[in-house]
Design a binder for this molecule. Structure first.
Ligand code: HEC
Length: 162
């Protein structure tokens, strides 16, 4: 009788403990889910604003390179910013960050071409930046053109229209 008591007490303690730890685990899981959703939302909003910046600044760059007088110091800064923005995109497509964005699931399922186009854009902006250091107008135009040739190619396959 005494032994039984002890056993059921032990069982009671064990059950209380496991119920407690299930509760803790569940809360942790929910917190992790919340954190992941937040992380995805943050990545989506950052990549959208980064693309917006790239679109705007690349257009400005095109105009500036057509002008008779080129202010190389200003262009160097602008090209650096473009290059940094396109490099940043590498880490802004974490797997699973699809909901609420215009990225298609192909970005993660079939991404060889996606990666290639992202690199090509980045190389183009890097070339542009190098060219501004060398104050080489035609090379700068070539870099910008390379970067801009990737936009439509990628959107056609990896960005949804709605
Ligand atoms: C490797 C693929 C890829 C390349 C290259 C690319 N884009 Fe995109 N772009 C995307 C995807 C995917 C989205 C959708 C992102 C989202 O909604 O999360 C997007 C979204 C955008 C948006 C909309 C942002 C918003 O606020 O919703 C703009 C503007 C844009 N891109 C401009 C450009 C320009 C300009 C270039 C070229 C200089 C370019 N993109 C190159 C894949 C690409």
């Amino acid at each position: 009788m005494k032994k039984m008591h002890k056993n059921s007490l032990m069982l009671g303690i064990a059950l209380t403990f496991s119920a407690g730890s299930i509760a803790v685990e569940t809360t942790e899981r929910v917190n992790t889910q919340d954190a992941t959703v937040l992380m995805f939302e943050e990545a989506i909003s950052q990549r959208q604003s980064t693309f917006g910046l790239i679109e705007h600044d690349a257009k400005d760059m095109g105009k500036a390179l057509k002008a008779k007088e080129v202010n190389w110091d200003r262009l160097e800064l602008a090209a650096k910013k473009l290059h940094e923005a396109s490099t940043r995109l590498d880490s802004l497509f974490p797997e699973g960050s699809l909901e609420g964005s215009k990225a298609k699931d192909k970005v993660w399922d079939d991404n060889v071409k996606f990666e290639r186009l992202l690199n090509e854009m980045d190389d183009g902006f890097e070339l542009l930046y190098q060219a501004t250091l060398e104050k080489d107008k035609s090379l700068a135009q070539q870099g910008l053109k390379q970067a801009q040739s990737t936009c439509k190619a990628c959107h056609r396959q990896y960005r949804s229209r709605w």
